[in-house]
Design a protein around this ligand. Structure first.
Ligand SMILES: [Mg+2]
Length: 363
């Protein structure tokens, strides 16, 4: 107990920092509009299908969470102030956070607008420890951007991610290499990143209620039950994660598709196209870059796949534009009265850097 294992003896212990902005979109709204401070703020679009993009800590006290239907949030917290998301502003703030991170390391892997891993095994700022780097970053974010971030410091990504959540909000938690097992053993299995509800209950079935209990389970049993992920669970239980921080891993495409309950004609695909376009649009708003190519995918009742794509001279910049393009792609499919469709998908690809707001019109 108390030592970290490395499968490769030459492997240098890494120093990883995970930075996670607190209630990011909601905090930006509260920062920019003082009348929202101290109040339950829910960032979500209006509409019956809308989901919560972010909730301030005041709203979370009522049980409001991200990804929850907006209507449910309204029921839980009738006094909540609903604010429409402004992703252009969040992206700009995210860029400023990224600039701060880059003062310390160029090995940065963003996970979303408000989260990133940094490998600070060697840091640019010359600070003595990873903990000091994390402290400094938190201080710079607070002073320069008037926002709070939580940070986790650990020997790998897996542990750093758990650590940043440990003292949230506005917290810092450090897992030293010598403390890994003491920290991990009592951890409820559901706290392991990547273990969702289903995996959690399947692990509990074999007695793995905590990480410590998971350590007692044979690798062969885990592999038999969970396939390749079983091997990963075996490692994670021991605090082992060799995944490196990968800088600039750009998203290649985003898509949403749905198999319909019953097959429909081409003209009846309307609602589904709109719905999938909305989903893809929401997901794309979390990207720092913008997509120029829209793809429509339809699967016929006899499983033939038809795709049509369109690369816009300028990326679609509203959901309505995206829907319009997706619907126009459908017009490029030969109408056939007898043909039925069982799946509808909409995708975005060909991501490119978003133009900075102050970029010249012609460059
Ligand atoms: Mg966050």
């Amino acid at each position: 107990m108390g030592t970290t294992e490395y499968s490769n003896e030459d492997a240098i212990p890494r120093k990883i920092v995970h930075i996670d902005m607190d209630a990011f979109y909601a905090s930006v709204e509260q920062r920019d509009d003082p009348s929202l401070r101290g109040k339950p703020v829910v960032v979500a679009w209006r509409g019956s299908r809308s989901v919560v993009c972010a909730a301030s800590y005041e709203a979370r006290q009522f049980g409001v969470r991200s990804a929850m239907p907006a209507l449910r949030a309204q029921r839980l917290c009738p006094d909540a102030i609903f604010v429409a998301p402004d992703f252009a502003r969040y992206k700009a703030v995210s860029r400023s956070v990224r600039d701060i991170l880059h003062r310390h390391s160029d090995l940065i892997e963003p996970l979303s607008l408000d989260e990133a891993y940094l490998d600070v095994t060697e840091n640019k700022s010359g600070l003595a420890t990873a903990t000091l780097v994390a402290k400094t970053i938190r201080g710079q974010i607070r002073e320069e951007l008037l926002l709070t971030a939580s940070a986790g410091v650990a020997p790998n990504k897996f542990l750093a991610k758990i650590a940043s959540d440990w003292r949230k909000p506005d917290g810092l938690f450090v897992i030293q290499p010598s403390e890994v097992n003491v920290f991990l053993a009592p951890l409820p299995i559901g706290r392991v990143p990547g273990v969702g509800k289903v995996t959690e209950s399947r692990l509990k079935e074999i007695g793995a209620t905590t990480v410590g209990r998971l350590q007692c389970i044979d690798q062969s049993l885990l592999q038999a039950r969970f396939g390749r992920y079983g091997r990963r669970l075996y490692d994670l239980a021991r605090g082992i994660d060799h995944n490196p921080v990968v800088a600039n891993r750009p998203t290649k495409s985003i898509s949403a598709e749905d198999t319909l309950e019953c097959d429909v004609s081409l003209s009846e695909t309307d609602g589904w196209i709109r719905q999938m376009a909305q989903k893809v649009w929401d997901a794309s708003q979390k990207e720092a870059r913008v997509a120029r190519t829209v793809v429509l995918k339809l699967k016929t009742s006899d499983f033939a796949i038809l795709t049509r794509s369109f690369t816009a001279p300028a990326p679609p910049n509203t959901c309505e534009q995206l829907i319009k393009i997706a619907l126009s792609l459908r017009d490029r499919i030969e109408p056939n009265e007898s043909q039925r469709f069982r799946l509808v998908g909409v995708g975005l690809s060909n991501f490119t850097e978003a133009k900075q707001p102050d970029a010249p019109l012609f460059d």
